[in-house]
Design a protein around this ligand. Structure first.
Ligand SMILES: CC(C)(COP(=O)(O)OP(=O)(O)OC[C@H]1O[C@@H](n2cnc3c(N)ncnc32)[C@H](O)[C@@H]1OP(=O)(O)O)[C@@H](O)C(=O)NCCC(=O)NCCS
Length: 162
């Protein structure tokens, strides 16, 4: 895979062999990264999804991943991350689209998430889809940063993403 051209990619459920690459991306991406056991725990839950975006050439290079919970009242987004070297190519949007498609297909009314108030790239991604801030959780993170709670009604998601 060249670092100059954008790879063609597909989504599939993560397997334990993906966790090494997921952890490499995770520690580069967050001040408080998840531990490997956290991902393993999510892989055991029937209502949790851990999907990876991989290159179509080998299906082994992890470009990004998403973790969310599917419950009848709503989907909760827990983690969406793209490898720093592949950001800005639309892969974050592809990961979000997979979650939105599941909400539509399973007739789940809303999707909710929390995001650091200072995470402008993620907030731009969510706002671009149509997520709106419902409230703020003051000093939610260990560095004192506030969390924005954002939500979208599934029926309001752009039809291009459904
Ligand atoms: C947030 C993240 C997943 C976005 O992934 P990405 O693949 O770069 O995003 P995309 O290329 O699909 O961009 C989709 C939209 O996000 C916004 N966005 C993404 N990168 C941006 C940037 N550098 N500056 C401004 N807006 C940006 C834009 O609205 C963009 O839409 P546009 O291309 O039509 O302008 C990625 O930046 C990331 O992994 N960040 C670190 C982990 C993280 O903070 N995750 C969210 C936790 S709540």
């Amino acid at each position: 895979m060249s670092t100059h051209s954008e790879p063609s990619v597909s989504l599939r459920p993560a397997v334990t062999d993906d966790l090494k690459q997921i952890m490499e991306i995770e520690v580069q991406s967050y001040p408080e990264p998840w531990k490997k056991t956290h991902f393993l725990d999510e892989m055991q839950k029937s209502y949790a999804r851990l999907l990876v975006l991989t290159d179509d050439d080998t299906d082994m290079i992890v470009i990004g991943y998403i973790v969310y919970w599917v419950q009848s009242s709503g989907i909760s987004l827990l983690n969406v991350t793209v490898d720093p070297k592949w950001r800005g190519f639309g892969f974050g949007m592809k990961l979000m689209q997979a979650m939105i498609k599941e909400a539509v297909h399973e007739d789940i009314p809303r999707i909710v998430l929390e995001v650091r108030e200072g995470n402008s790239h993620a907030i731009a991604l969510y706002r671009g889809i149509g997520f709106q801030v419902t409230h703020t959780r003051k000093s939610f993170y260990s560095n004192g940063e506030n969390a924005l709670v954002m939500e979208i009604k599934t029926s309001d998601a752009p039809t291009t993403l459904q």
